[in-house]
Design a protein around this ligand. Sequence first.
Ligand code: SF4
Ligand code: SF4
Length: 474
Amino acid sequence: MDTFVEEHQTFRDELATIARDGRRRWIYARQPSGRLYRARTVVSVFLLAFLVLAPFVHFRGQPLVMLNVIERRFVLFGTMFWPQDFYLVVLIALGVLVTLALSTVTVGRVWCGWLCPQTIFMEMLFRKLEFWLDGSAGQQLRRDHGPWDRGRIMLAVRKHAIVFALSFGLANVFLAWIIGKDDLWRIVTDPPRQHVGGLTAITIFSLVFYGVFARFREQACVLACPYGRVMSSLIDPHTITVTYDSVRGEPRGKRRKDAEAASAGVTGDCIDCFQCVTICPTGIDIRDGIQMECVNCTACIDACNDVMRRVDRPEGLIRLTSHEAMRSGTGGWLTARVTAYGAVWLVLVAVVAALLWTRRDLDVLVLRQPGTLYTTTLGGDLANFYTLQAFNRSNRPVRFSIDVVEPRGATVMPLGPLDQVGPHGLLEGRFLLRAPTSALTGASTPVRLAVRADGEPAGEVVSSFLGPASTVRP
Ligand code: SF4
Ligand code: SF4
C-alpha cells in the first residue's frame, strides 16, 4: 500500500456522514457533469423506465415482471414460474448473485453506482429534483444554515410535498411489482374497507420511501445495505474500480500555481482542490484509497478530469483502474478468482438455459388421495382415488388427456371436468383409477400414466395403487 495511504488511515475509524459526537453530517454533494455522468444519465433513463413500467407492460399475456413472493408466483419477461418451478427460481436467483459477485470482482461495485434502484432513484431522480427546486449544493448549504424565514419554509414544504408524492407513486409501483397491476387497480378503485391490508401496505411503503429519499439517503448504502458490505469484501488489488493515482498525484500541492511545479516534477498532479470530495454523494475522499463507502458512481472521475483540463494536466488522475495497475503499470484482471467465479457462472447459465429450454407448457401432478385406501367396485375390480393438478405455462388453453400405461387394463374415471386448462391456469380435480385385481402386484402396485397435451405426448407421471397385500399376479 502507498506510504501516503498508510499515513492517512484515520478516516477508516469514522464515517464521513457521522460527526464524532454522533450527529449526522448532511452531505451537500455538488451536481456532477461530464462524460461519465452523461452516460449514467442515459443508463438511468432506461432503468427508471423499466422499474416504473415493468409491472404494467404485458408480454405474452403476462406482466414483464411480477415477483409475488406471497403466493410464490413469479413472472420474468413474460415467463411464469409456479411454486412447482421454485427450484428454477432459486437457480436464477443464484445466477444473479454469482453475476453480481463476478462483476464486483472484475469491475468493482458497478451495480451500486450505475444499476442499483436505490442509487438510481436517489441520485438520478430525487437529487436532480433537489437541484432543480432548491438550487446548487452551495445554495442549499447556505439556506440550511440560515434562519427559518418564510422563503425557506415555503421551499421546504414544496420539496417535501413533491418528494412524498413521488414516494407515494413509487409505493404503488412497488406493490404492482409484487401483486400485479390488476390487483393494484382493485385496491385503488374498490371501497377502502375491502382492501385494508393493501392500503396499509401502500401507506407503509410510501412512508419508508419518503424516509429513505428525504432523510436516510446515502446512509442506505453506507450503513444499511448488506450487499455493499459483502461486495466490498470481494474487491482485491486486481479489481478495476474508481482509483486515485497516488503515484502520479502525490505529493499534492495546495495552490493552483503548484500545477507549474507539478510540470517540473516538484509536486504531484493533485492540486488539492477538493473537487472530487465535494462532488461525492457519500462524502468521502477517494484520495485516501478504496473505501467501503465508495459506490463507484464515478462522479469524482468527471470532477477531477475537469480540473486536470483546466490546469493543463492529462486526464485520469482519478480513473477506472486496479490498484495493482496503478502501482506497477501492469496487472491483468483475469485472476484465478475471476476464472473460478466465471466457471461457476457459466455452469449456472447453462443449467438454467437447459431447464428453461426443456420446460414443458403443461405440467401434470398426480397424487394418491391422502387418507384413502382401495375400494372394490361392483364388477369386482379395485379402485383408488387420486388428486390431479395441471399447470398451463402457455398463454393459450391446452386440452389434455391421461392414459394408463401401467397397470395393464386399468382405466381413468374423471370425477368432474379434467380435460382442459386455461391460459396460465391451474386446474385441480380428482379421478378414480379402476384396475382389475389380476393386474396388481401386491399391497402397492406402480402406476404410470401417459399425459398428452393437444394430442402430443407430454410426459409421464408415476404414482402407486393400493390393494390388498394378498393380491398376486396369476
Ligand atoms: S479533483 Fe483531482 S486535483 Fe482536485 S483534489 Fe481531487 S484528485 Fe486532486
Ligand atoms: S469516491 Fe468517487 S466514485 Fe466513490 S462514491 Fe465518491 S464520487 Fe462516487
